[in-house]
Design a protein around this ligand. Structure first.
Ligand code: NAD
Length: 469
């Protein structure tokens, strides 16, 4: 069993430049993170290159066994990891937050270890015998965001390791400690050099994307950065999996029961205080039940406690950083200025320490309003009225992103018909945002390309090779 202090000590930089990370709920120091530069990155990549062939030679069974042991190590340190995550990211321990995220890390490691990966015979007709194999790529770069820093790191590194690659992780500069701590725990069970973290800024990410010894980038973050990575990886024709921004629509059909769906709608939108890629970010409700849905959602939302993450009572936390707080505040002000009706929230307390923005619901808002058209990535949900399903589908599909979406109805078969018309990588029925380690997940349009999870996700961390003959 780790202690919290021992965990922090295990990642404390021994030398070099450091940066103090502040708790977004209190402004207090959480710990010091190293400031790594491109030379540190080059060293990590060289070590990964040196270690990777032996790791690849172990084969699937031995690598899976190592991932299972790494999952056990995460479970042993779970509470300390959750506390660090809560303090650095801001998310509460309880609810679908810090403890949930750490639990997802070990669950994803185990699931990734358990997926069968055999060569496939693609043609065997007596004349031709062709087999498809998936060989290791070599060294994979994993660049992550600050909203689910540990879980997303595992989504990237676990399949990469399983497929025989070494991994260099570049966490967000907002949440390096969580990823440094997670990797130090994983490395209790992995050979040296196979998995490392370079805790640097954008220039380190950019170097990773252009590095000649990196064969693939797993990237999760904004669409703007995704485009920068496409450009900087072009010179070396890197493989890319891009999980980018979204602006997920939810469509509530007129037969839905407002009270039954209210809690699901709430968590679909406000999980991680709205700082979730596939959160419900625009809610379209049929005119017949618009007022009832607004009322039921307001009742649920008003009862959800927001505050400092280490307080066991809270299920919502602060925004992770000032920049994101300012985006949410700007979008809600624009909505108010346009005459939209604020049902709840919308008035942050200027005297409250931390980046707390209250849970906010905005009704009678136009579809073209910036709070609808832009990704808010925070606790402010616009609720748009519609009159025909065609109109709702057209509004849902009008943006250039398409990560997730949802349809809410008492008739799942009818909901599935509407779902088929929505341009998104996943459409949930009567829920929003749930992910599963065996179900492929990825975006369409400018939400990215490639899928994670399941056998398709694993294959994307290998190089396909046909043996013909
Ligand atoms: P971001 O794009 O600002 O940063 C993500 C990472 O990219 C950070 O580690 C950053 O240092 C790095 N980076 C920045 N510039 C770079 C460059 N030029 N080259 C290489 N790396 C660079 O994103 P963020 O603000 O941390 O995350 C929020 C965004 O991520 C939201 O848009 C959200 O929707 C999206 N997101 C998507 C998913 C998904 O699965 N599709 C999941 C979580 C978050």
């Amino acid at each position: 069993m780790e202690t919290y202090d021992a965990l922090l000590a295990s990642i404390a930089p021994a030398s070099g430049e450091t940066r103090t990370i502040l708790d977004p709920a209190t402004g207090q120091a959480v710990g010091d993170a190293p400031i790594h530069g491109v030379e540190d990155l080059d060293r990590a990549v060289a070590a990964a290159q040196a270690a990777q062939p032996a790791w690849a030679a172990l084969g699937h069974d031995a690598r899976s066994a190592a991932l299972l042991k790494a999952a056990d190590a995460v479970d042993r340190a779970a509470e300390e990891l959750a506390r660090l995550l809560s303090r650095e990211q801001g998310k509460p321990l309880n609810g679908p937050n810090a403890r949930f995220e750490v639990g997802a890390c070990s669950a994803w490691l185990r699931a990734t270890a358990s997926i069968p990966m055999e060569p496939e015979t693609v043609v065997d007709d007596g004349e031709t015998h062709a087999e498809m194999h998936y060989r290791p790529i070599g060294v994979v770069g994993a660049i992550g965001p600050w909203n689910w820093p540990m879980m997303i790191a595992v989504w990237q590194l676990a399949p990469a390791l399983r497929m025989g690659n070494a991994v260099v992780v570049k966490p967000s500069e907002y949440t390096p400690l969580s990823v440094l701590a997670l990797v130090s725990i994983l490395n209790q069970e992995l050979p040296d050099g196979i998995l490392s973290v370079v805790s640097g800024g954008r220039e380190v990410g950019a170097r990773l994307a252009e590095h000649p010894a990196i064969g693939k980038i797993m990237f999760t973050g904004s669409t703007a950065t995704g485009k920068a990575i496409i450009r900087s990886s072009a010179g070396t024709v890197k493989r890319l999996t891009l999980e980018l921004g979204g602006n997920d629509a939810g469509i509530v059909l007129p037969d839905a029961d407002p009270k039954t769906i209210a809690e699901g709608l709430f968590w679909g939108a406000f999980i991680n205080t709205g700082q979730t890629c596939a959160a419900l970010k625009r809610l379209y409700v049929h005119d017949d039940i618009y007022d009832d849905v607004c009322e039921a959602l307001t009742t649920v939302a008003a009862a959800m406690p927001m505050g400092v993450g280490l307080d066991e009572a809270n299920v919502l936390g602060p925004l992770q950083n000032r920049q994101q707080f300012d985006i949410v505040a700007r979008l809600v002000e624009a909505a108010k200025d346009s005459g939209a009706r604020v049902l709840l929230g919308g008035n942050p307390d200027p005297d409250q320490p931390g980046f707390f923005y209250p849970t906010t619901l905005v009704a009678d808002i136009d579809n073209g309003n910036p709070l609808v058209a832009e990704e808010q990535f925070g606790p402010a949900l616009p609720i748009i009225r519609y009159r025909t399903v065609d109109e709702a589908v057209a509004m849902a599909n009008a943006l250039d992103v398409g990560l997730g979406a949802s349809v809410w109805s008492a008739d799942p078969a009818e909901a599935r018909k509407v779902a088929a018309r929505i341009e998104a990588g996943t459409v949930w029925i009567n829920s929003h945002g749930g992910v599963h380690p065996m179900i492929p997940f990825g975006g369409v349009k400018q939400s990215g390309y490639g899928v994670e999870f399941g056998v398709d996700g694993l294959k994307s961390l290998g190089v396909p090779q046909v043996i013909n003959g």
